[in-house]
Ligand binder design. Sequence first.
Ligand code: ADP
Length: 449
Amino acid sequence: MIKRSIKAKILLFYTVFFGILIALNILFIVSLSESSLVNEATQKIVEITQHAAYDIEIEDDGIKMDADEDDFEFYEDGVLFLIYDEQTIVYGNPPALFDTTLPFTFSEPLREHNDQIDWLYYDIALDSQYVVRGLYNITNIDRSVTQVINTLLILSPILVLFSLGGGYLIIRRNFKPLKSIYHTAEDIEQSKDFSKRVEGVSNPKDEFGKLTKMINQMLDQIEISINREKSFSSNVSHELRTPLAVMRAQLELTLEKAGKSPLTSDLNVLMQQLFHLESIVTQLLELARMRVLTKDDLEPIDLYDTALYVGESMSHMMTKKNLTFFVIKPDFDPIISANQVMMVRLFTNLIQNAIKYNVEQGRIEILFTKTANEIHIDVKDTGIGIEETHLNDVFNPFYQVDSSRFNVDKSIGLGLSFVKEIVLLHQGSVSVKSIKGQGTTFHLIFPLS
Ligand code: ADP
């Protein structure tokens, strides 16, 4: 089924309805005008013929007009008179195209169509011998009805077009707030920036105005909750740093005092866990503090150079696994306006994972493509891959497919949360595709402007 917009549906209904209304109007007007014109002509021919009959007197030697015979008008107000003596016309000039032999009917006027001419005729018997016949050419009635139809046929499409245009403008104007609501929602969905609000509502008191007000109030609430949550985790992490630092200092002191006693190895385990806890708290604090980027945080960054630099700085880790690393040089400069520290962090996390989850003698490849207004980056590896059921969750903080990795390399599941947060702060998007046992590809998109 074709999906039409609400605007198109209303417009279609409105136009069809208006079209039917106009068509019915035309039928009504035409039938009404034809019957009323014929009625009027019928009345007229009866009246005028009766009046003429009144002016004619019958005498022994024939008939006599009330006035002088020469003055008698054989044509009055469109009606022409013929006087018959039995079947023969004795007075009056019959029109060439009228059949004068038509039988008399005295009850009511009759219509006769002859050679494209429409006649109305009416007979009155003056006595048993003489008859006066009134003749009225009503061809013009048909013509005027045809004229009305033609005019309406020309006018109706113009009227429909006008109504369509007018309707479209009114609907477009009134649906503008809906468009604005839709675009704001889409904007927020893409940028995750809850400080955006629906704007451009012309009438705050109509339905859309009220809806917009409600949506903006809801967005206020959501923004407050998000900020509260961010400041809560930021505060908690901040508050934890001091006692942790104190604990570390105290533990270092105790370790010194313990010297070579059997307690030392236990204290060393405690120390390692403390370092790790501190690292988690620092990362959490950093994640919570990532807010909207201002213009001052941004500069033109060449993503190819950044990926190459980060990869090379991690080459010692790749060598350990005999990995091959490629950053394919694009035939354009993949430069975007970004925060350099964040971009280094982003590539570090992705390449680190590509190394961590790769197989011996595996491969890591980074390639750049470009559309009219976006830069696309693929970070591919030939590693262990991720099962489909986990793909939606890997960007969530602390999510790990295999939590036992903590014992292997102190992984805590925050790397991809940083990647996602950084991408969103740069108005971009990130997705992942993977085949278990074959490899994983992270696909990043950044707007060019
Ligand atoms: P971690 O510290 O566990 O690496 P991340 O947030 O970086 O945390 O990644 C979350 C999870 O996603 C990881 O535990 C891992 O299971 C999976 N993952 C991330 N990158 C890859 C990759 N390149 N190949 C396979 N699995 C990956």
